[in-house]
Design a protein. Structure first.
Length: 118
């Protein structure tokens, strides 16, 4: 490895790898008692990272201010008419799709036209 790179300097007894980045940061890793695979892994880490400090993330979701509304759940916007009705009812048992069929789309356009004409 030292013969491949002209920047390798042996100044101390303990092997140290130093990475200098374009943003001015310098990262040093002591390689004492590392085998060849670990040295290669750390060299690759220094070569591929940006030089910014490593930050431990507490969670995968981050926000500056926690939500005061609470968490969303699927029952949040359910019609309350279902709570006071004796079930089963055909009105609530009908399958509802997020994407309307072609027939439903055309009938909604007709309903809009008739309501605007009034």
């Amino acid at each position: 490895m030292a013969s491949l790179s002209k920047d390798v300097v042996f100044r101390q007894n303990i092997p140290v790898v130093r990475g200098e980045y374009g943003n001015g940061r310098i990262i040093q890793i002591v390689l004492k008692n590392f085998d060849a695979v670990q040295v290669q892994r750390h060299l690759n880490l220094l070569r591929t990272r940006s030089g910014l400090p490593v930050v431990n993330l507490v969670s995968q979701q981050s926000a500056a201010v926690p939500s005061v509304q609470g968490m969303w759940n699927p029952m949040l916007n359910v019609d309350t008419e279902m709570n006071v009705t004796k079930l089963p009812q055909a009105k609530f048992s009908r399958h509802r799709s997020a994407i309307p069929s072609a027939t439903e789309y055309i009938s909604s356009l007709v309903r809009e036209d008739t309501s605007e004409a009034r």
